[in-house]
Design a protein around this ligand. Structure first.
Ligand code: NAD
Length: 486
């Protein structure tokens, strides 16, 4: 199981291969040592995907749909193994990993049916006897580069539509969380024809080799802004299609009519799930000055009661962060905010000892001079700022380079309307933060990148559009001067 997966086989690692270590973020212990892909392995994987591309493209939509459903059925059967691996390697609580696995196999079922029923269209013809058709076709080999925070879900959101659209794939999982992807190859993808699904392991250099490969015309990437910018520039010389889902800094606005205790619960969930390591985490809280006090008291009360621990412990509310490098960023942002005058009302500290834990933290008196309100933190911090008018809240929500999601808590329809009309973000959540819908396109605006996953848009990302103009009778045309002259 522990190697690159190419042509439906795990490649035996060469003894000279350089390796990387995967550890358990709850303890810091090593759980796997894996080979890194160099140019040779990336070339092999791309060659395998290229060889499989034509047959896979020509397979009927129904046959492809059945294979995607079969992958989903196998994932259900092996759900407990996948959940355990996610908990061990990614660290979030068991229950959150259960959700991730359910979402992942449901995504395969959703795209199986969308692919089966998806059609091109016939246009009004330009003249009698001429057929005008719009058809959709796959890119060929798609490179899927995945981050560590939802290793299976973010893979499923790429892999299922890419395959349904008729592409073959080379996956590059995060070097921090490769094990669930390898497990899928072993137990859930083995029925796909050889070469349709391939996996190369390693860090950014394996990802870069995939992006630069001349036979990979499309890259689907989720990850940080900095890496997305590199990928866009490496793909540019060959004008590759690049699908980018990058960072976020989501705002949560609490209107003056909100129930402060309910709003506090919604904010705690949206900001602290997966220890704040979600692209759509609430990272900035704007509360009306009229209810700021009861809201803050309720939030602090709630956060102080949360239990920090390993994801495998069923009593854990908040698991570890993925690693020290990521935890350091939260520490730096908190230090900067404190220097600029914020007050920490709950948490605020690294948890000493084994693993990469950080206390969930509530801080007040924040403003836009602080990194914690302007740069992606990706940790368990809830910075609060008050506002006086709703227009001011909207302006604050928009004062950010990212545009992934935005949340609002209110029962005032006029505020809801003003919010979704004026806030620049790919998803707007009203009173129900971070709830996704298989049919609802997910993605961002501004520096979060373009493109959408999920929904019909998520399938279209993996297809090119072609217009066919066919004069069935091949009549000569008067406008072909001089050839059309009677
Ligand atoms: P990252 O950019 O460090 O790494 C993501 C993936 O890219 C990894 O597999 C990594 O090995 C690979 N990579 C690194 N350098 C590369 C290069 N030069 N060329 C090709 N591939 C390269 O991101 P991360 O730390 O794994 O994930 C966290 C980030 O992902 C956060 O910024 C978060 O907001 C973002 N994210 C966005 C979404 C979204 O839908 N918008 C969802 C989840 C996470």
């Amino acid at each position: 199981m522990l190697g690159h997966y190419i042509n439906n086989k795990f490649l035996k690692p060469s003894p000279k291969a350089s390796t990387f270590v995967v550890d358990n973020p709850a303890t810091g212990e090593t759980i796997a040592v894996l080979p890194k892909a160099g140019r040779r392995e990336v070339n092999l994987a791309v060659a395998s995907a290229t060889a499989a591309a034509l047959d896979w493209r020509r397979l009927s939509a129904s046959d492809k749909a059945e294979m995607l459903h079969e992958a989903s059925r196998k994932m259900r059967r092996h759900a407990s193994t996948l959940i355990e691996l996610l908990t061990l390697e990614q660290g979030k609580p068991h229950l959150e990993n259960e959700e991730e696995v359910v979402w992942s196999y449901n995504t395969f079922d959703y795209y199986a049916e969308l692919g089966r029923h998806s059609r091109g269209r016939v246009l009004p013809s330009t003249e009698y006897g001429v057929l005008n058709m719009v058809i959709k076709e796959p890119y060929g080999v798609v490179g899927c580069i995945v981050p560590w925070n939802y290793p299976l879900l973010l893979l499923a959101w790429k892999l299922a539509p890419a395959l349904a659209a008729g592409n073959t794939v080379v996956i590059k999982p995060s070097e921090l969380t490769p094990l669930p992807t390898l497990s899928l190859c072993e137990v859930a993808f083995d029925h796909f024809p050889a070469g349709v699904v391939n996996v190369v392991l390693g860090d950014g250099s394996a990802g870069e080799a995939l992006v630069r490969h001349p036979d990979v015309p499309m890259i689907a990437f989720t990850g940080s802004l900095a890496t997305g910018q590199k990928i866009a520039s490496h793909a540019a010389p060959r004008m590759k299609k690049v699908h980018l889902e990058l960072g976020g800094k989501d705002a949560f606005v609490i209107a003056d009519d909100a129930d402060p205790r309910l709003a506090a619960k919604a904010v705690a969930y949206a900001g602290l799930i997966n220890a704040g390591q979600v692209c759509t985490s609430t990272e900035r809280i704007y509360v009306s000055a009229r209810i700021a006090k009861p809201f803050t008291v309720a939030l602090v009360d709630l956060v102080r009661g949360l239990k920090i621990g390993a994801g495998a412990d069923p009593t854990t509310d908040i698991g570890p962060m993925i690693g020290t490098r990521y935890r350091e960023k939260t520490v730096r942002h908190l230090a900067d905010a404190k220097r600029r005058g914020t007050r920490v009302l709950a948490g605020g500290k690294v948890v000493q000892g084994r693993g990469y834990f950080h206390q969930p933290t509530v801080l007040v008196g924040c403003d836009h001079t602080m990194k914690i309100m302007t740069e992606e933190t990706f940790g368990p911090a809830l910075p609060i700022m008050t506002y006086r008018t709703f227009d001011e809240a909207i302006a604050l929500a928009n004062d950010c380079i990212y545009g992934l999601g935005a949340c609002l808590y209110t029962s005032d329809a006029k505020k809801v309307h003003a919010f979704y009309e004026n806030v620049k973000a790919g998803t707007i959540w009203i009173n129900d933060p971070l709830t996704d819908n298989y049919a609802g396109p997910f993605g961002g605006m501004k520096y979060t990148g373009g493109g959408r996953e999920l929904g019909e848009e998520g399938l279209d990302e993996f297809r090119e559009t072609k217009h066919v103009h066919w004069d069935i009778e091949a009549k000569p045309k008067s406008w072909w001067l001089p050839y059309g002259r009677p």
